[in-house]
Design a protein around this ligand. Structure first.
Ligand code: GDP
Ligand code: ADP
Length: 222
């Protein structure tokens, strides 16, 4: 590795990778697969006022908070973005995101379209890569929500009713994937991330590297 690439690693900022979709389209599953693929990725653990599902742990899937505590966090400016979704508050704590991207680590967000808009309109907008996940059909979305087996029929009905509104924001995203086959969608996500990283890394570092190549070339021809 050239000295130039070493200094590049120390200065580059992480990307903010936003995954949005209607509930049940598969974004949590895909986020989990990306995390398993690349241990350097950081997951933005959101805070929420919704109660934990069986098996969910405070600080792992979400920070489960009372509404008053959540509102205190908003008032203190601790949220990068926040929104009301399905009658509960959800938000991304700012500090861990800031820390990760300054250390050059890419951060995955599993947030809705409102959060996606807020992050895209924030001071971090130039580091954002946003991806919208569509289900192959509404019948399959309904089937996946039921098959997940974690929500009551009422909760599933609310999520299905909201899915059209969530889907209506698809065109605001950089990439749109139809999650039919989970392995194929995972591969496409990895390709997007790989290409976006190459794009990010070309700006600060490559001019110096090309100078090194030119110097080597001149040494050979003289
Ligand atoms: N704006 C915003 N939305 C979030 C955040 N965390 C989760 N969400 C969204 O809230 C919705 C409900 O999430 P959840 O209750 O975990 O249900 P699930 O997506 O069906 O598993 C999903 O659209 C999430 O993407 C957040 O920090 N901010
Ligand atoms: N491509 C797919 N084909 C079939 N089932 C899927 C696919 N992607 C996800 N699932 C399943 O659908 C359910 C909802 O996925 P999940 O990742 O929880 O969705 P979201 O986070 O978008 O609400 C889960 O049971 C998951 O295993």
């Amino acid at each position: 590795m050239s000295s130039n690439q070493t200094s590049l690693a120390g200065t580059r900022r992480g990307l903010l990778i936003i995954l949005s979709s209607p509930s049940g389209a598969g974004k949590s599953t895909l986020a989990g697969r990306l995390m398993a693929w690349d241990a350097s990725l950081s997951f933005s653990v959101s805070a929420t006022t919704r109660p934990p599902r069986p098996g969910e742990l405070d600080g792992r899937e979400y920070y489960f908070r009372e509404r008053a505590d959540f509102e205190d966090m908003i008032d203190a400016g601790e949220m990068l973005e926040h929104a009301e979704v399905f009658g509960n508050l959800y938000g991304s704590p700012r500090a861990p995101v800031q820390e990760a991207i300054e250390a050059g680590r890419d951060v995955i967000f599993d947030i809705d379209w409102q959060g996606g808009q807020q992050v895209r309109n924030s001071t971090l907008s130039k580091d954002v890569v946003s991806i919208f996940i569509l289900p192959p059909s509404i019948a399959e979305l309904d089937r996946r929500l039921r098959a997940r087996g974690q929500d009551s029929p009422d909760v599933i009905a609310t999520r299905m009713a909201q899915s059209e509104a969530e889907i209506s924001h698809w065109a605001e995203y950089d990439y749109v994937l139809v999650n039919e086959d989970i392995d194929e969608t995972e591969e496409k996500l990895k390709t997007i991330l790989t290409a976006e990283r190459l794009h990010r890394d070309r700006q600060p570092g490559l001019a110096g590297f090309v100078r090194e190549l030119n110097a080597e070339f001149r040494e050979r021809v003289t």
